[in-house]
Ligand binder design. Sequence first.
Ligand code: C2E
Ligand code: CA
Length: 570
Amino acid sequence: MNGSRKSFTHLPQDFQSLYQNTPMMMHSIDVNGSLLSVSNSWLEKLEYSRDEVIGKKLTDFFTDASKTFAEETILPHFFEAGSVVDIPYQMLKKNGESIDVLISAKSVRDEEGNFLYSMAGVIDVTERKKAEEEVQRLAHYDALTGQPNRFLLEERLQHALGQAQRDENEVGVLFVDLDRFKWVNDTLGHACGDQLLKKVACKLQSCVRQGDTVARIGGDEFVIVLYGFDSDEEPPHFAQRFLEALSQPVTLDGVEVLNSASIGIAIYPMDGKEVDTLLRNADTAMYAAKELGRNTYQFYSGDMNERVLAKLGMENRMRKSFKEGAFFLEYQPQFDIRTRKVSGYEALARWRDPEHGLIPPTEFIKVAEECGLIYSLGEWVLSTACAQAKAWHDAGLPRVRMAVNVSATQFRRHDFIDMVTNILEDSGLDAEYLEIELTESLVMEDIQQGLERLTDLKVRHIKLAIDDFGTGYSSLLYLKHFPFDRIKIAQEFVRDIPEDPEAMAIVEAIIGLACGLNLEVIAEGVESRKQFNYLYASRCSEIQGYYFSPPQSPEKLTSFMQNQTCQLPQ
Ligand code: C2E
Ligand code: CA
């Protein structure tokens, strides 16, 4: 050993100086693997002094795994073959921290071929390795929640299916979609949306077993892979557990938000044998759960495909029709019950599908809400109705209000007020001639926000009506606090006048309530003379219904309105 150390110090002075001062980490070992010499940069990197390392085994500065690898595999080979290139090890700094390195070495031998010493260069690749790991992480994990992404999900599901096939086991694929994520994003902003997703990911993760996968595969969609369960009851139990966890309120930016989710379940091998099929079928089942009224789960079944496809078909046809201008508005006049003069009109959306003919709004509005088309459709309805009202005013027809139905999804959107204001400005219609019809349940869903938004509309002089009154929530308290101008008595009650005493009691109570609160009241769906007479006697202020006029095209209505006062039909 002394001999080999000696031979190293006999190297030319210049070379020794270069060796010591090169920025590359260098070391030399003797035939026993003990350090003969190290460069200054080697000491600096590992934070040792020269005295602490010279004479020690090189592998004393390795982690346990690298030590074993070096002593059992690499060094014996090196002493024999005389060189190694880019061997990956982990070395230990004095403070215990490890660094990743690549070591290349060559042996120097005497004339007889005896090993004298090694010359080794060490490259620190810690940062590079970290960067590589980060790339791997980004490629496989969702940046926001830290959960596996679709790519890793598919890999893991593939693996689980392979294993399940060998073990003759089942695999559950649960597709989870949040019911109110859009609402959070639209009304509270994206930062809150992100917070919600993180919380949801934590909640889902805390409900599963170790080894199960909770992946986020897009927006508010999560997929859970449950491997090997003991009974068929397990997947629905898990689904129930997720629903319960997700329905606990969360606080986002100080606002308490209630959420829920819809879950679709597909089971391998019953509902599909391939990754794609299982994911697609779980997704289909999730749609079915949403249709059932949300906050619930559904197992996949074959006939679901047909229903979901039909709905998707409707969505696509509707988008296409909307672009092609196949939607139009009809207007139904409203009348002052005493003067029988037109007091307003309600704009009602119509869709003539080239394939399926006229589709009623009761069918397409719901689908438009679900697929998001309601935003552009609603904006178009509002601007068309405002422009029509302005045109009628300019043509010298009665200057009365135009009522427009607004659905919950539209109303909650953060830019709703701006949209209304811009449309009023563009059309030139005075705000006091626009009336917005909202359903009871819509306002009750988030009282605080509802109140703020209604007040915002009110200060702009826009009129507000509660649509279908009596069919939603029964709390009357908000009537007092909310700035409504008008109550619309739902058709359901008007229809049964004057045969059904209960319906009449309700109608009278609503009229009394409106009077007491100083609100106007209009009865919808008035079809007969008897109903008209009853409402007249009950001091209802306005009526709307087939009795005086059905919804009509603007052209027909124009001539209808020139004759302002309606004769009472028989
Ligand atoms: P709604 O707001 O309660 O509208 C009144 C509905 O009653 C209309 O049906 C109208 O055609 C119908 N109607 C009017 N008079 C009578 C009558 O005397 N007897 C009977 N049986 N029915 C009468 P429509 O046009 O099918 O609209 C249905 C619902 O679709 C509306 O109910 C409204 O909630 C929604 N809707 C219509 N247009 C729009 C829109 O532009 N935006 C939104 N968000 N919803 C709309
Ligand atoms: Ca309405």
